[in-house]
Design a protein around this ligand. Structure first.
Ligand code: GDD
Ligand code: MN
Length: 363
């Protein structure tokens, strides 16, 4: 068997029914190419990995990486790319929405000297991307628009999940790419220092036949964190941004709860109302962080209760740091807002670090 010229990396989560058809379609589309398919499955509960391994046992061009304890389209794609040694690599969805017949055209374009990246651009009818609902089209367009904040090259469809590149392009960028989130193409474009030679080729995005989309409203929230991460020169982690948003929301919850407790439960007195509001805000922050910031490490059942206790304790550590710094700065120049702000930021950083270490720790 010839060593592959093209590796096709396919991130999959709960796509059991799509695996075998995809292998067949790719084989039909690339009769004269030495290709390999690398599926990267995040331990799907529906048996996707078993299906992949069964196919791989009969076809040396197919292999599977089964990741455990991790989730994420970007991270899975990057690992697949890094496991390849072919000169050209494509990333493609495993749900048959990407037209595999475009691969030949992409390969012809990438083989040309000096081309680094080929993007399969979703075709549109008017303002609507074919294969997407109006709402999804709008979200995708708005995401593309915002991506211009962080990418230098102009590309028509930076939100595409279907693209091919010379392997070195991603090998070089890999240590800097974000593994959370799903905007891997925008990330590659924003991270690569040297200008890339890019080609785009249009295709029709197909409707999904089996299984369901994994991109929900939370993904949009992640994307904002991702943009912020790039706008700060990759200094602020995506997760810290999400944690900060949840924290800011916590202040609103706190004030609303305080007001409600003061007027609705006058017997509590101010201190009692403030303590009640603090507990409510802590609980709401904990739940939101569990749903959004740390959804890939989400706690359930008994772990959830233990997690809440640890979260409350780690907030106390943050509080001590917050008051300590604020007092220090206040004693220096008596600037109340600077002291308050510095304290709040220090407290948030402490809370962020401790909750990552003790509450939603990596297992
Ligand atoms: N390993 C792994 N881990 N794979 C995942 C994960 C994950 O956490 N989440 C999604 N996938 C896989 C899916 O199984 C599918 O093969 C592919 O990634 C795309 O996921 P979909 O859930 O089908 O996404 P979509 O169709 O809504 O979004 C597509 O279009 C977007 C543009 O609207 C993707 O191509 C996006 O990359 C693209 O931006
Ligand atoms: Mn899809």
């Amino acid at each position: 068997m010839r060593a592959p010229e093209l590796s096709i990396v396919v991130p999959v989560f709960n796509e059991r029914a799509n695996i075998a058809p995809l292998v067949g379609l790719v084989a039909d589309a690339l009769p004269d190419v030495a290709w390999e398919l690398i599926f990267v499955d995040d331990n799907s509960p529906d048996g996707t990995s078993e299906e992949i391994k069964e196919l791989a046992a009969n076809d040396p061009r197919v292999r599977g990486i089964r990741r455990v304890g991790r989730r994420g389209l970007s991270g899975a794609s990057i690992e697949g790319v890094l496991s390849s040694s072919a000169p050209y690599v494509a990333v493609m969805d495993g749900d048959l929405q990407h037209d595999e017949r475009v691969l030949t055209r992409m390969l012809a374009l990438i083989r040309a000297p000096n081309v680094d990246l080929v993007i399969a651009t979703r075709e549109r009818e008017g303002s609507h991307i074919t294969g997407l609902s109006d709402k999804r089209s709008f979200v995708s367009d708005f995401g593309s628009f915002l991506s211009r904040l962080v990418i230098k090259n102009y590309v028509k469809d930076p939100m595409s999940g279907f693209f091919m590149f010379r392997r070195e392009v991603v090998e070089r960028a890999a240590p800097k790419l974000a593994t959370e989130g799903f905007k891997i193409l925008v990330d590659i474009l924003a991270t690569t220092e040297e200008p890339l030679q890019i080609r785009e080729t249009p295709y029709v995005f197909r409707e999904r036949q089996h299984g369901e989309s994994k991109l929900d409203a939370r993904v949009a929230f992640d994307y904002l964190g991702f943009l912020f991460h790039h706008l700060t020169g990759r200094l602020v982690p995506i997760r810290f941004f999400l944690f900060g948003i949840v924290g800011a929301l916590g202040v609103v919850v706190h004030l609303a709860a305080l007001r409600f407790a003061l007027s609705g439960l006058p017997s509590l007195g101010f201190d009692g109302a403030q303590i009640t509001a603090t507990l409510i805000a802590m609980a709401s922050n904990f739940i939101l962080n569990n749903q959004l910031t740390y959804r890939d490490r989400r706690l359930h059942g008994f772990q959830f209760l233990i997690g809440f206790v640890l979260f409350a304790l780690s907030c106390c550590i943050g509080l001590v740091a917050n008051v300590g710094i604020a007092r220090l700065i206040y004693s220096d120049g008596q600037i109340w807002w600077l002291a308050g702000l510095a304290g709040a930021i220090t407290g948030s950083v402490f809370n962020y670090v401790t909750s990552g270490l003790f509450v939603w720790r990596k297992r």
